[in-house]
Design a protein around this ligand. Sequence first.
Ligand code: SIN
Length: 201
Amino acid sequence: MPRSTRQNRRVRQRDLVATPDSDAAWVFGYGSLIWRPGFEYLQAQPAILPGYVRRFWQGSHDHRGIPEQPGRVVTLIPQADAHCLGMAYLLPQQTVKTTFEQLDHREKNGYSRINSELHLNDGNRVDGLVYIATEGNFAYLGEAPMAEIARQIVRSEGPSGHNLEYLQELALALRQLGADDPHVFELESLAVTMNKPPDPD
Ligand code: SIN
């Protein structure tokens, strides 16, 4: 059995329908939700989600690709001793329901909600909701050689824009957060090189 299959067993099917806490609803973003949350919040701060790594292993047929040529976006892969740096947002009580309706729609291409403990930058620990696309969802693409992932990103575009823009915005946001994310930074470097126009000579 591939290693990633064993790892993903940790996210159980019954955990994939988490609902927000009605008093203090936090949502954690690790992909586009870092640099384009697109909803109202009371507070935003860097946060760590323990036990996961960020990977460009999820297909995007509706935002950064199209059904005939899906792009690649990030999901979280369980990995003991790892952690994923992202942004945590505290939602105003009045907008919790509508915000999650909007996010469910935005993340409909294979993502489910899980509840997990977040380590906030201010030292507090809170429960928050996280959108995760687990192995086996209809849009899951999984692991591939880095050059192949980069090539797919360079070639893909969808209704939300070019896939390379998603990768570059994410890499920029992660640099601003001071994140150490070799997977994202290596893909960015490969994709930017592949995207360079050929020398005229
Ligand atoms: C997230 O940002 O937290 C989920 C994945 C994405 O929308 O890029």
